[in-house]
Design a protein around this ligand. Sequence first.
Ligand code: ZN
Length: 164
Amino acid sequence: MNSPASSASAAAASSAAASQAASLHLVCTACGAKNRVPRERLTESPDCGRCGTALMAAQPMDVTAEIFDRVVAGTELPIVVDCWAAWCGPCRSMAPQFEKAAQSMPMVRFVKLDTDAAPQQSARYAIRSIPTLLLFVGGREVARQSGAMPAQAILDWVRRSLPA
Ligand SMILES: [Zn+2]
C-alpha cells in the first residue's frame, strides 16, 4: 500500500514523517530491544534481532509493565493496547475478538497489558474500567474506548481514530 520514501530529504524530516520512512523502529514486545525494520520487510515476519520473537505477530502480544513504556514510545506503527485482567469476564469474552481484529490489521500492533501487573500504567492512563482499549500513535495516546467490543467494532474504531 505504501511505497518507500523516494527522496533523501524525506528521511531527514521530522518523526511526523516516520510513516513514510523507508524503515521503521519497532520495539520488541518480549525483550524491549529496538529493532530497525525496512518497510518492505514488515510483511516478511521480521524477528527481534536480540531474542528472536516475532515483531509483527498476527496474534496480540502480551507486554509486561517493565517494557510497556519503551514499546509505546519507540514503535513507529500504531499500537492498540487491550488493558485487561484475568478476573474480568468481559475481558475474557473480548479476547478472541481482539485476536480476530489483530489478524485483520497487520500494520497495527495489538498488545495486551495485564492491568493487575501494571499499576503504574493503570494510574498514569487513568484506566477506570476494563476492558479498555488505548490507541497509541507515535508514542501518544490518540483514542480510547472502554467496554467489550466485537472484532468489527474494534476495527472500525481503530480506522476512525487513526490520523489521516
Ligand atoms: Zn526481543
